[in-house]
Design a protein around this ligand. Structure first.
Ligand code: ADP
Ligand code: MG
Length: 624
């Protein structure tokens, strides 16, 4: 192509109504290109509850187990107090009864606590497993359901990081953090009550020490929250870079980008390490300060207790129990800091996941879908009308100014024009990858927005240059658009396209695994598989977007024949780089800056004096 066109039309001319018509944000940073997607404040909590709700029975059971288990655990120091204050004096009077009773109770408590904890861990693990399973499934389904418009802006690396590192930090919270946090909270309540029971002064002392602890925790949480958001963004950046490099490994090799990539990746990796070190420092600070508070409290309380004992107001056994309880009270503080970390990082991840799940597809399913009338055998094509359509991508200005275009049923239309003219955009509107900003796209008089996904898929198929093959067999790949097709139908389609011979010569014929991206199959053969796929799917409208432009000339003859077979009788839009392909079209459209500037049968345009005739002459000369 040698046409040169000014890029997009001026924004000023299209500004009124560009965004307002559909409530789009007019300017400013695009929220979707940022890591955290906008969502209502309570959406994380809503998500968590919606995940827990199906398991509420098990959650209640877990809570009951936990409460009982902690009661058994916290009874032990009381038993010690009883042994010292009542058991030992009784033994002096030759009564071994109380001490034996204490020993038996001790064993029962220890055993019971162990068994209860075991059951609790199992119940909690079950809940966690199903929550994570469900969450990963939801992310996958949702990512698939979101429109291209979303995927244009939100990279696949970010999506991968959502379902890997973000789900992982939730896993850590659920598997370790949350259980321990609950245990600590329950034990604090129990211990506090028991301390008051032993001695009001002990209880008050412990309570008092919680005031500075409260402020310390609050301060730590605030500082850590901000660091965790940074940390989770930093790890996401590492994953995004990794995924991007591997997705584009061919251009990376072709342009020798390895070294530059290494440097960029190294920088991201180091940044993650730095942020990580920073959060660890914060945790260290917390641990030191909390230990200081805890040991001051222990010293104070023991001093007070000793004083009470000498004054005869407290038994020595009660003091021993009190000391044991106080140790148990402050011991978990270190782990508490760790858990807060888990909790924060999981909170940041949950925010991101719920932000993603909150996104709605821009191309929604119709509420009251309409069915298209059946097509006559003889004419599988359908009429297509672009009815006063205007289109702008969410980011950037108007690509297609308002236009009307009718493609007659069964007609093959070639669309040519410079790169960036808007050809692919027009095709994508017809495939309903996007909805028009204004106006309607009609198929046999029905707005595409009123068709179900299934009907739309039967209606329109788009083939691009990439001819993507999914992992699976060749047969499965041909049957993508009609998974219930018989082997016979698959082979018939392949034969009609002229792909049967090469498929039959593959190691396992139709059952050959193509591996990812069809590693073992050449570009031309991949293209044939893609055409066989279309023929089997039997759509009314076929869109070929530069479908053959990656092929070399010898392969092309077979592909050209296959193309004729695929297009026969269908309504077809053929976006072509090579003018040789254009010759099979009934009609040619020339596009410039989103406008159709020429329209007519190929022979007529070639004979004329317009753009297409210039192009065609230049092309003929290049062949000579
Ligand atoms: N996903 C997208 N988001 C924003 N702008 C886009 C997107 N895809 C294409 N564009 C812009 O729309 C214009 C038309 O692109 P396209 O339809 O791909 O042209 P063609 O297929 O004729 O080369 C170009 O200016 C391009 O930059
Ligand atoms: Mg294009």
């Amino acid at each position: 192509m040698t046409t040169t066109t000014p890029k997009k039309p001026k924004d000023a001319a299209t500004a009124p109504g560009t965004g307002a018509a559909r409530g789009r944000p007019a300017a400013g940073p695009d929220p979707v290109t940022q890591d955290r997607l906008p969502a209502p404040k309570n959406s994380s909590r809503t998500l968590l509850f919606s995940l827990l709700r199906p398991h509420r029975g098990k959650v209640a059971l877990g809570a009951l187990l936990l409460l009982t288990q902690q009661a058994a655990v916290q009874a032990v120091p009381l038993l010690v107090a009883y042994a010292i204050d009542s058991g030992v004096p009784a033994l002096r009077d030759d009564d071994s009864g109380p001490l034996t009773a204490v020993a038996i109770a001790y064993v029962i408590c220890a055993l019971g606590a162990g068994l209860l904890q075991f059951t609790f861990i199992r119940v909690a693990a079950r809940i966690n497993q199903s929550i994570l399973l469900e969450l990963r499934g939801r992310i996958y389904r949702h990512a698939q359901a979101l429109s291209l418009d979303f995927h244009d802006r939100f990279t696949s690396g970010r999506l991968i990081s959502r379902s890997t590192s973000d789900v992982q930090s939730l896993r850590e919270l659920l598997n370790e953090g949350l259980q321990e946090l609950l245990i600590i909270l329950v034990s604090i309540v129990y211990i506090g009550a028991l301390l008051f029971y032993l001695d009001v002064g002990l209880g008050l002392g412990a309570l008092l020490s919680f005031i500075p602890l409260y402020f310390l925790v609050r301060n730590y949480r605030r500082r850590a929250a901000e660091r965790f958001a940074r940390k989770s963004t930093a790890i996401a950046a590492v994953i995004v870079k990794f995924a991007e490099t591997l997705n584009g490994i061919r251009p990376v090799k072709a342009f020798r980008r390895e070294k530059a990539n290494d440097e960029a990746f190294g920088a991201l990796n180091r940044r993650h390490e730095l942020v990580n070190a920073d959060t660890n420092l914060e945790m260290g600070r917390f641990v030191v300060l909390s230990r200081l508070i805890a040991s001051t409290a222990v010293a104070g309380i023991v001093l007070w207790g000793a004083h009470r004992v000498t004054a005869g107001a407290m038994e020595i056994g009660a003091l021993a129990a009190g000391a044991l309880y106080i140790r148990r009270l402050y011991d978990p503080l270190d782990r508490f800091a760790m858990m807060l970390n888990n909790y924060q990082s999981a909170g940041a991840s949950l925010d991101k996941i719920s932000g993603l799940l909150y996104q709605r597809p821009d191309v929604p399913e119709p509420e009251r879908p309409v069915e298209l009338p059946p097509r006559p055998e003889a004419l599988p094509g359908r009429e297509v009308v672009f009815d006063d359509v205007r289109f702008a991508y969410r980011t950037g200005g108007e690509v297609l100014p308002r236009f009307r275009l009718t493609l007659a049923a069964g007609e093959t239309t070639a669309l040519v024009g410079a790169t960036g003219a808007g050809k692919s955009t027009l095709a994508k509107l017809l495939a309903r990858f996007y909805d028009p900003t204004e106006g309607r796209v009609l198929m046999d008089g029905t707005d595409l927005r009123e068709l179900t996904t299934a009907e739309l898929r039967r209606g329109v198929v788009m083939v691009t240059q990439e001819a993507f093959l999914f992992s699976g067999t060749v047969a499965e790949n041909i049957a993508i658009g009609r998974p219930d097709a018989s082997r016979d139908a698959i082979e018939r389609a392949a034969k009609a396209i002229g792909a049967h011979d090469f498929i039959a010569s593959l190691p396992a014929g139709y059952d050959t695994d193509v591996r990812k991206r069809g590693g073992r199959i050449s570009a031309g053969q991949r293209q044939l598989v893609a055409f066989a796929r279309v023929l089997l799917a039997d759509p009314a409208v076929v869109l070929l977007d530069e479908a053959t432009s990656s092929l070399d000339i010898p392969g092309e003859k077979a592909v050209q024949d296959a193309m004729v077979t695929v297009l026969r009788g269908r309504t077809a839009l053929l976006i072509a780089h090579r003018l040789s392909t254009v010759e099979i079209a009934d009609r040619v459209l020339v596009m410039e800056g989103g406008r159709i500037v020429e329209d007519g049968p190929p022979a007529e345009l070639i004979a004329g004096t317009g753009r297409f005739s210039d192009l065609h002459r230049a092309w003929r000369e290049s062949l000579a």
